[in-house]
Write a protein that binds this ligand. Structure first.
Ligand code: MTE
Length: 308
């Protein structure tokens, strides 16, 4: 075995990203409880001095290690551990996002321009997956409205359609996904303009790991996780409700709105409770995932059993 002198080892090689634990956590014994405890923020994070968002929860954050190794990203495999294994082939530079459709000033934004378009902030959101698990993540980004207002939506823009990258060369597992790709999603215009709708470029103070949707994704904390589309290449403002991936696959099980709603069961399981990853006991799921004050008004008068 080749033993190198400490001075010849780059600091980035010393500890793999995601297993950095600060000394206090180690000393407090939190690390001894395994991957599900401790904060384990990455050192050498790219973004520093991030503004704290008023929309953040104070609930304990799910460790970086868990957020980045238990993923849904079908383009890189359908098992939870596969995206972390295979998403290394995703090239996140150069990267552009076209914002187009019913807008006065359609534009193609370079990812480096997106990073500087508006002040980035840290938003600690609860994130509830339709499968019954949840996490709390310190995301980095700004409201989607920041980019939308720059292209000047016309009065014809009623919905926003999103599209992920699909490149078979970079995503060879995509052919086994069992869903139509590219992944697509949609929001109503008022949902897209709601300040909670986050255009996300990072987590835990660093850029997004590929498996979490690098270089830019949506995070919609009041909706089931599958609405939070990853690795976005196109945002199109449109007149009519756009297609969305899981609704295309099974409209009986997955509606367009997909607001977190403990009183509307998934046809095959209850949505009344959830397991926060790392917890032993389940907890009750909250209406709109606890974000009712910010979003309930958008659905006033709608039958949420019909528009699930
Ligand atoms: N976006 C794309 N392009 N492909 C996907 O498979 N999975 C969705 C969503 N966005 C998915 C996607 C689902 S089902 C969930 S729960 C969340 O991403 C998971 O995000 P996370 O892995 O960062 O927790």
């Amino acid at each position: 075995m080749l033993i190198r002198k400490p001075s010849s080892i780059r600091s980035s090689e010393i500890t793999p990203r995601g297993v950095y634990l600060n000394r206090r956590q180690l000393l407090s014994g939190a690390a001894a409880l395994g991957a599900f405890s401790g904060l384990a923020r990455p050192a050498l994070a790219k973004f520093d001095g991030l503004a704290k968002s008023k929309y953040s929860t104070t609930e304990p954050e799910t460790p970086y290690q868990v957020v980045t190794s238990y993923n849904n990203y079908y383009e890189f495999g359908t098992a939870k551990d596969q995206p972390a294994k295979y998403a290394g082939t995703l090239r996140t530079r150069p990267w552009t996002v076209s914002v187009e459709g019913e807008v006065a000033k359609p534009r193609v934004f370079d990812i480096d321009e997106i990073l500087k378009l508006a002040p980035l902030e840290e938003r600690i959101y609860r994130h509830r997956c339709v499968e019954g698990w949840s996490i709390v993540v310190p995301w980095v980004g700004y409201s989607l409205s920041e980019i939308l207002k720059r292209v000047e939506p016309t009065s014809e823009a009623k919905f926003v359609a999103f599209q992920s990258l699909y490149d078979r060369k970079q995503m060879p597992q995509g052919v086994y996904a069992g869903i139509q790709l590219p992944y697509v999603e949609g929001l109503r215009m008022d949902e897209a303009m709601n300040p909670l709708a986050l255009l996300c470029v990072g987590l835990y103070g660093d850029v997004l790991p590929n498996q979490d949707g690098a270089p830019v994704r949506m995070v919609l904390p009041w909706k089931y996780g599958f609405k939070s589309i990853k690795s976005i290449v196109k945002i199109r403002l449109v007149k009519k409700q756009p297609p969305s991936t899981w609704n295309i696959e099974n409209s009986h099980e997955y509606g367009f709105y997909s607001n977190v709603n403990p009183s509307v069961d998934h046809p095959r399981w209850s949505q009344a409770t959830e397991r926060r990853l790392g917890d032993f006991f389940k907890r009750p799921t909250q209406m709109f995932n606890g974000y009712g004050n910010e979003v309930a008004q958008m659905y006033a008068g709608m039958d949420l059993r019909k528009y699930f």
